[in-house]
Design a protein around this ligand. Structure first.
Ligand code: FRU
Length: 443
């Protein structure tokens, strides 16, 4: 078992984690729930694990918050979000009920025969959860295929609008194109469909984990698109983001054709945002890992990123509290705390740097990262990542953890995050790269 207390990056306490859920700053704590399978390092019947932090840097695992206990969620508490209502913490998530259970493995369904409803669990204080008493279904499975799928409709993200509560829900039209369903509610207890938004099969057959937010400079939609066609050299399920406009009265969302990837590495998926203590819109995401680490845990979360927009471009900036925590200057990575270090450097055209076995370089005003030296050749593994053309120079801030290297390019113009294994505790510029500054945790 990894430590109950973790710093900088939140990782699985043991066994398996995937999506971040119910991310919220509530009564003095950041709460980050997550998809959790408590019986082994693989996906199965979903629970909500729970971790809390005062500062986004020091985290403590609190065990299981939600587990299957009602007919609607008897085979899993899938992803969802959190809001505060009259001082209480409300968790709104997808309940899954299998119609056919795999007789040899009851933690998965057979032939994708399951139905999904939306449920709510209410906690008085964010720490105690009564899975029998304080849980109810708030939205029945979708019954009309013209609206969405009875099976693949999930991951409610709820927010408070000007005149009530809004929910964006991921779905699919005929298992051909991803869509987002937008609902409104007066009280979180009953929901009315107001609109549907989709873009066509080129944008994936199913949209998981949608999130819509207003940020400084614009509005953004996130979706985790399954089965993106025509994508080569990358996993086909990818988190995308679009600059959008949303009208509350009609719930109409204008989504442009062009999108950005959430991240230009290969591993981030299912992001979720919330507001931090100071009102910044922050995001974390599941870091997909191909195999367990150490004594058998798999899955972690990227460091929180601040989301902002400029001229229609979405930026993901390193959160200032992470930068501040990693501010003790060191001369070499071997002097870093176990949680890793932050490296800051500028890459000129053609320059390269080797971060413990991972190569990073600039070419044609794009940043490339090749992890083949620190990533065993898992079947189908994609090893080379690159950003689009950068706008201007190439300033890099790297957050280096033994399992994950996150590159923030030009203060979040693009990010490139890569899972790594057995990263070396050294950093080597190649050629005439001059100045690298290294920082680690103060305490
Ligand atoms: C995304 C996802 C969600 C779902 C959850 C199940 O990774 O497939 O759509 O709610 O994971 O664990």
């Amino acid at each position: 078992m990894t430590e109950k207390k973790q710093r900088v990056h939140l990782k699985a306490p043991d066994h398996w984690v995937n999506d971040p859920n119910g991310f919220i700053y509530y009564q003095g704590y950041y709460h980050l729930f997550y998809q959790y399978f408590p019986y082994g390092p693989r996906w199965g019947t979903m629970h909500w694990g729970h971790a809390v932090s005062r500062d986004l840097v020091n985290w403590e695992h609190k065990g299981i918050a939600l587990f299957p206990s009602k007919r609607g969620d008897q085979n899993g508490c899938f992803s969802g979000s959190a809001v505060e209502r009259e001082g209480k913490l409300c968790l709104i998530y997808t309940g899954v009920r299998y119609e056919e259970v795999n007789p040899e493995d009851i933690h998965v369904s057979l032939n994708e025969q399951f139905e999904s409803c939306q449920m709510m669990a209410v906690s008085e204080d964010g720490f105690s959860f009564d899975n029998w008493k304080d849980k109810e279904m708030v939205l029945a499975p979708v019954a009309d295929p013209k609206i969405g799928s009875r099976t693949h409709t999930r991951d409610p993200k709820v927010w408070k609008g000007g005149d009530g509560w809004y929910m964006i829900l991921g779905s699919t039209l005929e298992e051909k194109q991803g869509e987002a369903l937008i609902y409104r509610s007066e009280d979180l207890g009953s929901w009315f469909l107001v609109n549907q938004a989709s873009k066509g099969p080129e944008y994936g057959w199913m949209w998981e984990c949608p999130d819509y937010v207003k940020v400084p400079g614009g509005e953004a939609l996130f979706v985790s698109a399954m089965g993106l066609p025509g994508i080569s050299g990358k996993e086909k399920n990818q988190a995308l983001c679009f600059p959008v406009t949303f009208d509350e009265a009609s719930c109409r969302m204008e989504i442009p054709d062009e999108y950005q990837f959430l991240d230009y590495g290969m591993d981030l998926y299912a992001p979720q945002t919330t507001l931090d203590r100071d009102g910044r819109r922050i995001l974390t995401a599941w870091v997909r890992m191909p195999e367990p680490v150490g004594d058998g845990w798999i899955g972690m979360f990227c460091a929180p990123r601040v989301v902002e927009m400029e001229n229609g471009h979405i930026f993901f900036r390193l959160h200032p509290q992470i930068r501040e925590a990693l501010s003790r200057e060191i001369l070499k990575p071997s002097q870093a705390a176990p949680e890793g270090y932050r490296a800051v450097f500028e890459l000129e055209e053609g320059q390269r740097i080797n971060i413990g076995g991972m190569m990073v370089w600039r070419n044609g005003n794009r940043l490339f990262a090749d992890r083949s030296g620190v990533y065993p050749h898992f079947e189908g593994a994609h090893l080379l990542s690159a950003t689009p053309q950068l706008n201007g120079g190439c300033h890099v801030e790297a957050l280096v953890d033994e399992n994950l290297v996150e590159l923030f390019v030009n203060d979040g113009e693009y990010t490139v995050s890569s899972v790594v294994y057995r990263l070396g505790k050294w950093i080597r510029p190649e050629g005439n790269l001059a100045d690298i500054k290294l920082y680690t945790l103060a305490g």
